[in-house]
Design a protein around this ligand. Structure first.
Ligand SMILES: [Fe+2]
Length: 223
């Protein structure tokens, strides 16, 4: 009970997540029943979603709050792809969690050009990068992840990575990063309810993994 989710594609019709108000309402009921107290909505901001920027999403978020009343406290943030359009957003206006932490992602298969420079630029602008689901970046070595951590990048676990949603390799990496204390936050990365429920129903965690997740949930709560 009382959980905060830091990563969800619940804002309807703006990315590859929830597509309609009806679908959002159903998902909200699901999260309410689960005991979620606060949710950061994190639509994709990337070249593939050309309409999405801070101004447009803030407007859609206001509409969402009116059409989907809930006891969950919703906050608007975003998940920024570190692509060629990112710097334009950073220089104009970004949607962060708390005016400090900024959720970013990369492609699953290849490193962004100038990853280190982009991390530097984010920090120079006064934000702390939170790298979404690092366990899924097959191209990224453990050594590179450790280097990012040492530079102050924080890592966000996708909860269902532990259940094998993205394959055994990703699951094993997520468990290893979790038990070695490398993550700071945990999120659902919710897109579609049916798939989410199906995978969640088969998750099996060890006691030490549950304890490690409790720590991450406490960090979520402080955002
Ligand atoms: Fe996401």
């Amino acid at each position: 009970m009382g959980m905060t989710d830091v990563h969800a594609h619940l804002l309807p019709g703006v990315d590859d997540g929830v597509s309609s108000v009806e679908e959002a309402k159903k998902a909200i009921k699901y999260f309410e029943d689960m005991g979620v107290e606060r949710m950061f909505l994190t639509p994709h901001i990337m070249t593939d979603c050309p309409n999405n920027n801070a101004e447009f999403l803030k407007q859609r978020f206001e509409e969402f709050k009116k059409s989907c009343p809930s006891k969950i406290e919703f906050r608007l943030a975003a998940e920024y792809m570190l692509d060629e359009k990112f710097i334009g957003h950073l220089n104009k206006e970004v949607l962060s969690f708390d005016n400090k932490h900024l959720l970013v992602e990369t492609s699953y298969f290849s490193a962004p050009i100038e990853l280190d420079t982009l991390i530097y630029d984010i920090m120079a602008t006064g934000y702390q990068p939170v790298l979404a689901h690092p366990e899924r970046y097959l191209y990224m070595s453990d050594a590179k992840l450790m280097q990012l951590l040492s530079r102050g990048v924080k890592l966000q676990l996708n909860f269902l990575s532990l259940a094998g949603l993205y394959g055994k390799h990703v699951s094993a990496r997520a468990k290893s990063l979790l038990l070695s204390g490398k993550y700071t936050f945990v999120g659902s990365d919710f897109h579609h309810q049916e798939r989410y429920e199906r995978v969640l129903s088969r998750i099996i965690l060890k006691k030490e993994e549950i304890e490690a997740i409790r720590i991450l949930l406490e960090n979520n709560r402080k955002l």
